[in-house]
Write a protein that binds this ligand. Structure first.
Ligand code: NAD
Ligand code: WQD
Length: 370
């Protein structure tokens, strides 16, 4: 058995060396893609992605200024994976410190989550949002380039489609006018990264447009930890269920949808995290610029989510119908076929796992990480 294994290994090695495809890919660094910088790694999506990266065997380095997160999430990432990593509490706008990170570590690729994400706040504080998200990314990309690291996965958003001209939304759907500065930062940064790649084809840029991430790690040890009143539906539902808020306001029941409430493409955060691991593999084969929708392709209404939550978890979620929220659209869900065809990735979890794991996290951590 051992002899056969050795012979197979030799055969594989010969194929690797004589096949120019593998040889050149290897020269371009495919075999060396092991150390990943995760900006915003202490946050909701970042912490779940770190778990999946560590489980997949990658080394990670995290930069997060903890503006919207808590270092405890990183302790729990270590606890869940049994693995260690470097963490720097730096702001990505701080060029000197970012240089130090790249000098201390030979980074192969960056997964860039760091950013401010509250839509309403961005309308009140546009300068802060443009500064943090745009100036921060410009610093990051410049430092990456100066250290010869030209591989980036960027957290974009379905918000770039505005009020979409097609449903389900494919990546070819034209970008729409954004209704808030947060959305514009994502749209502008997509353009910046595409221009950078166009100017230098050593860059690989993967833009992932997330739909509506929900859920939590099945262990209940990491999850979404919003400050103050949640803006998004799922953390609002869980806070009502745990007794922190009296009732959910359902924003409008007169949309042209099956029950009149807004329809969205909710995606389990662990599926989304694995989408990043799949995207790293695309980068390893030098994909240039690639854009992928990260959703399930299923549209659920606000009341579908509430009803599923109540049924699966056996808890009450009182709600009342409120006026529509300014800037909301009726329906938004994607066609995720491109990610399946090109990355071999598709969401595995359904609405039951989403509501179960969201509740498990909230019930186990009523005060989040505090
Ligand atoms: P999050 O706020 O939980 O995580 C973002 C992390 O970035 C936080 O830990 C924060 O402290 C850090 N950060 C912010 N600005 C920073 C800076 N200047 N320097 C260093 N660290 C900084 O948010 P999330 O939900 O995990 O989102 C991650 C990314 O995905 C964001 O870019 C967000 O815009 C994008 N996104 C999120 C959603 C969503 O619904 N959660 C949807 C689409 C896209
Ligand atoms: C979902 C549905 C609401 C709260 C936002 C950002 C988007 C992206 C994801 C970052 C809608 C309804 C909500 C509540 C409700 N983030 N709702 N009562 O608006 O699809 O997308 O988060 O990129 O950019 O805009 O998500 O969770 O806020 O709302 O009825 O208390 O739930 O009207 O129909 P949205 P959401």
């Amino acid at each position: 058995m051992r002899i056969i294994k050795n012979q197979l290994f030799c055969l594989k090695s010969i194929i690797y060396i004589v096949n120019p495809k593998y040889f050149f890919k290897n020269l371009k660094g495919e075999k060396c893609m092991s150390k990943i910088l995760v900006t915003g790694g202490a946050g909701f999506i970042g912490s779940h992605t770190c778990v999946e990266l560590l489980n997949a065997g990658y080394d990670i380095v995290i930069v997060d200024n903890l503006y919207n997160s808590n270092e405890k999430s990183l302790d729990r990432v270590k606890e869940l994976t049994g693995k260690d990593f470097s963490f720097y509490q730096y702001d990505i706008r701080d060029k000197e410190n970012m240089r130090k990170v790249f000098e201390n570590h030979k980074i192969d690729a960056c997964i860039h989550f760091a950013g401010l994400k509250a839509v309403g706040e961005s309308v009140e504080k546009p300068l802060e949002y443009y500064d943090n998200n745009i100036a921060g990314t410009l610093v990051l990309v410049e430092v990456m380039r100066n250290h010869g690291c030209k591989n980036i996965i960027f957290s974009s958003s379905a918000t770039v489609y505005g009020d979409p001209v097609e449903i389900p939304i494919t990546e070819n759907c034209p970008k729409g006018g954004c209704t808030n500065p947060y959305g514009w930062t994502k749209s502008m940064l997509e353009q910046v990264l595409m221009d950078v790649q166009k100017s230098d084809n050593e860059w690989n840029v993967v833009i992932l447009r997330y739909f509506n991430p929900v859920g939590a790690h099945a262990s209940g040890r990491i999850g979404e930890n919003p400050n103050g009143i949640p803006n998004n539906l799922m953390p609002y539902i869980t806070q009502v269920a745990v007794g922190k808020r009296a009732e959910l306001g359902v924003f409008g029941n007169d949309y042209p949808t099956h029950d009149g409430t807004g329809v969205r493409d909710y995606i389990h955060v662990v599926d989304l995290a694995n989408g990043h691991v799949a995207a790293l593999k695309a980068i390893q084969s030098n994909c240039g610029t690639s854009i992928y929708n990260m959703g399930t392709g299923n549209g659920y209404s606000v009341l579908d989510m509430v009803n599923a939550f109540v049924k699966v978890n056996g808890v009450e979620v009182p709600y009342s119908i409120k006026p529509r929220r300014a800037g909301d659209i009726a329906t938004c869900y994607c066609n995720p076929a491109k990610a399946k065809a090109e990355l071999g990735w598709e969401a595995k979890f359904g609405i039951e796992e989403m509501v179960r794991d969201s509740w498990n996290w909230q019930r186990e951590n009523p005060e989040g990480y505090r």
